[in-house]
Design a protein around this ligand. Structure first.
Ligand code: ADP
Ligand code: MG
Length: 423
């Protein structure tokens, strides 16, 4: 039987972060906070087009132990990094400028920077990070570290945003997007931070990036005897940064050519029958733009369809035609991402194809692509069969062995309370 990567319990994650904090700073932290990684059920490469997506928070979290300091310095250590780093919060500069923050501390210092930019008063701090979210696996370890830092700073600086519930969470998420875009220099679209802040157990999050609104959509796979198997392909994806930015640019150029502020406007016009997709595409003279637009518009439509399937399932139980339709939508999303959006890779295609032939109801790549992870909707009873088949297919092709996780819809970022051990 293939192993599934376990999620740490809150107590275990807190213990690890506290231990690292004590070993590094010789002290106890003011507290421990956590934020989850995520998988996106459907709606890929739609967020930066003001579109819709449907992510869920993983049970796998990043934990931060943090204490404020009386100065404007951040001292950082991570179990996933090497050594201790010091950043002067008053000289944090944007990515690509002389004062840019090199490496992973940008994701942490960037959050404090964004808070200061927006007039919030945050102190210097020391922070120890540990995480069971796989790194660079398309499961958004970057949003997890940002959002854990954001709720920690919100708490120690008494900003009150977490207490302001969903609007406060949305605001913290938006600050983390600024950290990632402007300080870490990754032009991501906002889905990752929204779900890491606003996730709810037993629910996926229908996120409308156009206005930042969100709706929790029931996703009780257990009740349906289903599991969402995450396959981390562990494929090297060195091209991802430039390719992601390129996709975003082409979408913006296509929107410009069509005379609309974003491709969401096109998607809405097609959805309400005011336009048909073929005539929109015919107005574009660039084949690359046509294919990218076709993906974005059809993908936003698939998000709407999947939400309808989930919300219409009696008692939340997904079975019969509804289950088949959900699987078909996942499959169609993958095909569109692979052929029209061209962000898949041999490892992702193999994971998806093998999962389907081994009995998955549907499967697709998730996250930015060019490596990272795929998801497969499987009967819980056949999870091992599917995972074993994927592992065997990878071995057969000489690929790095994949890792497997189970995605159960979990909570968003917050303080880790209860059952914390003394260190
Ligand atoms: P993903 O978000 O899919 O995991 P990214 O490339 O967006 O991949 O983000 C990964 C980067 O985030 C890492 O290279 C590192 O800089 C930072 N990061 C994430 N988690 C941690 C952690 N626990 N400790 C230190 N850095 C982290
Ligand atoms: Mg990321």
């Amino acid at each position: 039987m293939t192993d599934v990567l376990p999620a740490w319990t809150a107590a275990e994650g807190a213990h690890r972060a506290q231990e690292l904090f004590a070993a590094t700073f010789g002290d106890r932290p003011a507290g421990v906070w956590a934020a989850p990684g995520r998988v996106n059920l459907i709606g890929e490469h739609t967020d930066y087009n003001d579109g819709l997506c449907l992510p869920l928070a993983l049970p796998h979290c990043t934990f931060v132990a943090l204490s404020p300091r009386p100065d404007r310095t951040a001292v950082l250590v991570s179990a996933q990094g090497s050594g201790t780093r010091t950043v002067d919060l008053d000289t944090v500069g944007r990515a690509g400028t002389t004062h840019e923050v090199a490496g992973w501390p940008a994701y942490v210092a960037g959050v404090a920077w964004a808070m200061v930019e927006e007039g919030l008063d945050v102190p210097g701090f020391q922070i120890a990070v540990d995480s069971c979210v796989p790194f660079g696996a398309g499961l958004s370890s970057s949003a997890a570290i940002e959002c854990a830092t954001a709720v920690a700073l919100d708490d120690v600086a008494s900003l009150g945003l977490l207490q302001a519930d969903d609007p406060g969470r949305a605001r913290l998420g938006a600050l983390c997007v600024r950290a990632e875009n402007e300080i870490a220099g990754a032009p991501t679209g906002g889905m990752d931070q929204a779900i890491a802040m606003r996730g709810k157990p037993g629910h996926a999050l229908l996120l409308d990036v156009a206005d930042g609104s969100a709706r929790h959509v029931p996703l009780d796979l257990d009740a349906s005897g289903l599991s969402l198997l995450v396959i981390d392909t562990r494929a090297p994806h060195q091209l991802v940064d430039g390719q992601y930015a390129r996709r975003r640019e082409v979408c913006e150029a296509a929107a410009h050519a069509l005379g609309v502020p974003s491709l969401r406007v096109v998607s809405d016009a097609v959805a309400d029958g005011g336009e048909d997709l073929a005539s929109v595409l015919a107005r574009l003279h660039d084949d690359e733009q046509r294919r990218r637009v076709r993906h974005v518009v059809t993908e936003i439509a698939r998000v709407r369809e999947l939400v309808e399937v989930l919300e219409s399932a009696p008692g939340g139980v997904l079975e019969g035609d509804r289950l088949a339709e959900a699987g078909r939508l996942l499959d169609a999303s993958h095909t569109s991402l692979a052929s029209d959006y061209e962000v898949s890779c041999p490892e992702l295609d193999l994971a998806v194809e093998t999962a389907r032939s081994a009995g998955a109801h549907g499967a697709r790549m998730t996250g930015g692509g060019f490596g990272g992870s795929a998801i497969a909707l499987v009967d819980s009873a056949s999870m091992d069969t599917v995972a074993d088949a994927v592992a065997a297919a990878f071995a057969n092709r000489g690929f790095t062995p994949p890792a497997f996780l189970l995605a159960t819809a979990s909570a968003g970022a917050g303080p880790v309370t209860g059952n914390l051990e003394e260190t």
